[in-house]
Unconditional design. Structure first.
Length: 286
């Protein structure tokens, strides 16, 4: 079998009336696929997504059918795919990345320092780096093709953007996506906090099933799509240590002649962060 679509990290296979999504051990930073292979990374992404899909199904349905390769064609019943593959419903994906920020950090902090806003949203004066926002903010972006960069847009622009694809339904879908994004984030951020992890920000993707229902899809609250901070080391006023690929990003920024390759010790440290976050959140070793 050959993938019908290949993203920076995922491969998607057509399995008749469903899809099989495989999270590879590739890692991407700044929208570039690095030369390293990070052992077990694909399993962390798939199994963590499964955990959150199960945890949030009372809020919104999701695309997951099974993560057992026994339910999949024989091609996937090998060690290469074990733990990394997820059988999913076929959806018409909505062309937005639904980003929610609960803390001010990264590009949001850079923007706030400049003019007191994040993605056009005016925030209270006097916030410090990494501070918790009074309420989570929703800052959607367009979904770029491989090799391009996503573009941040306002909620109002997201209405117009969706209206182009779904005439007469732009406002409805934009509003539903915003509501679902914030609701899911609040529930999961509260849970993570109780396990010693701050979810500073994350992004979700949604799609429509054949009846027009909105489902959450792709990956969910993984170290690839979120910023996880250890609660025990949290301190307002500077950037935070993290459980995600920020560690790899920081090394790449500090070493501009990197040729998009991490040293082995940085790659090892990155996966150890992913595994630690998985254990804290799920209570299980991978």
């Amino acid at each position: 079998m050959k993938p019908i679509k290949e993203g920076k990290v995922r491969q998607i296979y057509d399995n008749g009336d469903n899809l099989i999504m495989v999270a590879t051990d590739r890692i991407s930073c700044f929208d570039v696929i690095l030369n390293n292979v990070i052992d077990k990374k694909g399993s962390v992404l798939t199994q963590m997504s499964k955990f959150w899909f199960d945890y949030t199904k009372d809020i919104i349905d999701n695309h997951m059918i099974s993560t057992s390769v026994k339910d999949m064609p024989e091609f996937f019943q090998t060690p290469e795919f074990e733990g990394k593959a997820m059988m999913c419903k076929k959806l018409q994906m909505l062309p937005l990345e639904c980003i929610v920020r609960g803390y001010i950090t990264g590009s949001g902090w850079a923007s706030y320092k400049k003019d007191g806003t994040v993605c056009g949203i005016k925030l209270p004066e006097g916030l410090k780096e990494s501070e918790k926002l009074p309420e989570p903010i929703y800052t959607p972006s367009t979904k770029a093709e491989l090799g391009d960069h996503d573009v941040n847009i306002s909620f109002e622009e997201s209405i117009e953007y969706l209206e182009k694809y779904y005439p007469g339904k732009g406002h409805y879908y934009a509003t539903k996506l915003k509501e679902a994004t914030i609701l899911i984030y609040k529930k999961c951020a509260d849970y993570a906090l109780s396990k010693g992890i701050i979810i500073a920000d994350t992004k979700f993707e949604f799609g429509l099933d054949e009846d027009g229902n909105i489902l959450i899809a792709d990956e969910m609250l993984t170290p690839d799509s979120s910023r996880f901070w250890p609660l025990s080391e949290y301190e307002v006023g500077h950037s935070e240590p993290s459980f995600d690929k920020q560690f790899a990003r920081d090394w790449l920024k500090a070493n501009p002649d990197n040729n998009w390759t991490l040293p082995q010790d940085v790659a090892d440290k990155t996966i150890s962060k992913y595994l630690e976050a998985y254990k804290l959140l799920t209570g299980k070793e991978l």
